[in-house]
Ligand binder design. Structure first.
Ligand code: MTE
Ligand code: MO
Length: 395
């Protein structure tokens, strides 16, 4: 009998077969079409799950996260609400800082880069990451788990920029927008705001580099906001305008979109109408098994189970792994700590019994929050944080 490896090699040698075998993925989405094409067609990206062509929505395959805790730029997910420029002249680019400030600024990239540089490793995760796995189904991008990535961001503190402009007394929020623009005149430009104290906390930064390279166009060249621990809706790309506000921002993207139920876990029973809401903010702990694929058939033997975990807005304190559907758990070994906003690798070995079973990984963050076993639901498909499952069979 041919081993599985030989079989794959043989299949790959057949003309055309390779495309079939490698160019689609099944995301296992319960509520609708689940197969997607893998694409190399976008500049600086390869092997991405095609969710939508324009504006681009590209998802990272889960297997890519098994290669390391840093997501390479060419595998990093992409999400835009509106069309964006595909060419930007860095020499002519200006970052405008105005509103409730003493000195409005028009900063060149060179002027910005004269401020003290800072670096942070942080996860950028879409509020709707894993939305496609919610049931009942929710409208919006049907992401599996790959609308997230972890990078080393280089830039300057937002605080240093705001201090140069001189935030005036009475400022309440700071609003950010980028070079992308809606197609219809009456559609709302993408703008997001942070409370002024958050904007000045010294962690929020304006980044020009990602993993030591200029930001890819698709990820916001030449500048983007980095808001460690917060969902990426606030991580405004192609950032060209910062406006200090003396009253709360009531623009569509703050007042109407990206709201979650104002309940402790952000969940609400499906179908609930008229409930209090709050803007989405910090992320929650999550863990993903990346070394074993859904549906795998594995020999009955001690089996390594590895993956990546995140603490949300604090570090990863511990990860436990179960090889029997959550009946028993064993502590996983944690990999190097790249800071509290980064992915952290975990590895364990399980001793499986013959037959079908469910593998699980469960993260506890350094604030003591443990991933729940059951999921929440809300009409945005936001804040998924339950323990995820990988169904396999030991033969
Ligand atoms: N200018 C601009 N910035 C934006 C967006 C956008 O549509 N326009 N989308 C936000 C959302 S919802 C997400 S999930 C992230 C995606 O970041 P990425 O494309 O670098 O992965 O960008 C955020 N920043
Ligand atoms: Mo998003």
């Amino acid at each position: 009998m041919l081993s599985r490896r030989h079989l794959l090699a043989a299949v790959a040698a057949l003309p055309g077969a390779r495309a079939l075998a490698q160019d689609t993925v099944d995301l296992g989405l319960p509520g609708g079409p689940s197969k997607r094409r893998l694409t190399d067609d976008f500049p600086g990206k390869r092997g991405m799950i095609l969710q939508r062509n324009t504006p681009a929505l590209l998802e990272t395959p889960l297997t890519a996260f098994n290669d390391g805790i840093i997501t390479p730029n060419d595998r990093f997910f992409v999400r835009w609400h509106w069309p964006f420029p595909t060419e930007i002249d860095p020499a002519r680019f200006r970052l405008r800082v105005d509103g409730h400030v003493a000195r409005p600024l028009d900063l060149t990239l060179a002027a910005l880069k004269r401020l003290p540089p800072v670096e942070i490793t942080a996860i950028n995760q879409c509020s709707g990451n894993s939305r496609g796995l919610f049931a009942p189904r929710i409208a919006g991008a049907q992401w599996a788990h790959g609308a997230m990535g972890n990078a080393r961001w280089t830039g300057v503190r937002l605080r240093d920029v705001l201090d140069r402009a001189g935030v005036r007394a009475g400022a309440v929020q700071v609003r950010f927008s980028g070079l992308d623009a809606p197609v219809m005149d009456d559609a709302p430009d993408f703008q997001k705001s942070l409370a002024v104290d958050h904007a000045r906390d010294g962690e929020v930064m304006i980044a020009w580099a990602m993993n030591g390279e200029p930001l890819p166009i698709l990820n916001g060249f030449p500048l983007r906001l980095v808001v460690p621990g917060w969902f990426s809706t606030y991580w405004v790309k192609m950032l060209d305008r910062i406006e200090v506000l003396d009253k709360p921002d009531d623009n569509y993207w703050m007042a109407k979109a990206y709201l979650v139920p104002d309940t402790p876990d952000g969940g609400i029973p499906p179908g609930t109408k008229d409930f209090p809401k709050r803007p989405i903010s910090t992320m929650v702990p999550r863990a993903f098994i990346t070394s074993i694929a859904e549906g795998a058939r594995l020999p009955v033997a001690p089996t390594p189970v590895g993956g990546i975990a995140m603490g949300g807005d604090s570090g990863v304190a511990r990860v436990e792994v179960s090889g029997d559907g959550g009946t028993t758990w064993a502590a996983a070994k944690l990999g190097p700590d790249a800071g509290k906003y980064s992915f952290r690798r975990f590895d364990a070995v399980i001793a499986p019994a013959r037959g079908p079973t469910t593998l699980m990984a469960r993260c506890t963050n350094s604030a003591g929050t443990v991933q729940p076993m059951t999921g929440i639901w809300n009409p945005g498909g936001y804040l998924r944080g339950q323990v995820e499952t990988t169904n396999v069979t030991f033969v």
